[in-house]
Design a protein around this ligand. Structure first.
Ligand SMILES: [Zn+2]
Length: 97
């Protein structure tokens, strides 16, 4: 299965009280970007950890429905995934036919 890229999940925690991003995991060098570079695949984006998102997800409500910020993040990732899919030839297709 071809890897289309890497998404960095739980990239920083957005404080529900003040809205500031708190780096609970070390993000300094950008772990996602480093991994993408090491594997030679595109870096697709980062999804922050948001308390509200966890609650709503448990209720079955996707983040993109109520959060403009999350919608932008997911749209951008989806756009990059699409770019990769359109770029790559379909694996399993015999081009010699
Ligand atoms: Zn805070």
């Amino acid at each position: 299965m071809p890897v289309l890229g890497i998404v960095e999940n739980m990239s920083g925690f957005i404080c529900p009280h003040c809205g500031q991003t708190v780096d609970i995991f070390k993000r300094g060098g950008g772990g996602g970007e480093k991994a993408a570079e090491a594997y030679g695949v595109p870096f697709l984006g980062r999804i922050p950890l948001v308390a509200e998102l966890v609650e709503k997800s448990d209720q079955g409500i996707p983040a993109v429905v109520y959060s403009e910020e999350m919608r932008k993040i997911f749209d951008e990732i989806a756009r990059k995934v699409r770019e990769q899919v359109e770029k790559k030839p379909h694996s399993g297709t015999d081009s010699s036919m």
